[in-house]
Write a protein that binds this ligand. Sequence first.
Ligand SMILES: CC(C)(COP(=O)(O)OP(=O)(O)OC[C@H]1O[C@@H](n2cnc3c(N)ncnc32)[C@H](O)[C@@H]1OP(=O)(O)O)[C@@H](O)C(=O)NCCC(=O)NCCS
Length: 146
Amino acid sequence: MSDLRFQQPDGDAALRDWQHVHNVIIPTHVLSLEEVRERSERHHLEIAYLDDALVGCSTVRPPTDDTLTATVIARVLAPYRGQGFGEALYRRGLHRARELGARVIETVVLSSNEDGLRFARKHGFIETERYLLPGDTIPWIDLRLS
Ligand SMILES: CC(C)(COP(=O)(O)OP(=O)(O)OC[C@H]1O[C@@H](n2cnc3c(N)ncnc32)[C@H](O)[C@@H]1OP(=O)(O)O)[C@@H](O)C(=O)NCCC(=O)NCCS
């Protein structure tokens, strides 16, 4: 764990790393570099490296309305799972969301992502909604921290 480091994507190479993790884990919703750049302006994005190896990424969507609800999503590439990296990314995201004033924390998981669903449930999230976005075939699941 001691060599895990976190970085905000501040240039094209780092944005591509964030994009790579996102698109491998969410193949039903592939983002272009331009879309990732645009997200990096609205959301708090992080990338995790183990030494120089790309391990995972995270998204914090800040609270935007009077419900003070933020969304925290951790993603870890399959070969690096089960070593606490997801926990580290999630804890940092949660901390950031609370710093930004969030009172309610949500996450969103692709229903085919069994590791993600188990992780969210074990961390106290309860399913609130299951839905298909236009063009999708695999439902998304919204969960809220209880
Ligand atoms: C959710 C996700 C980020 C978890 O990543 P991860 O790095 O495997 O997470 P952790 O290693 O912290 O925890 C996973 C498991 O490994 C276990 N673990 C952690 N460190 C360990 C260690 N040193 N030795 C053995 N087991 C360990 C944890 O207890 C946990 O066990 P569980 O599955 O029985 O709960 C990853 O599965 C993922 O990217 N999923 C798809 C994206 C997604 O759906 N994200 C939404 C969730 S916020």
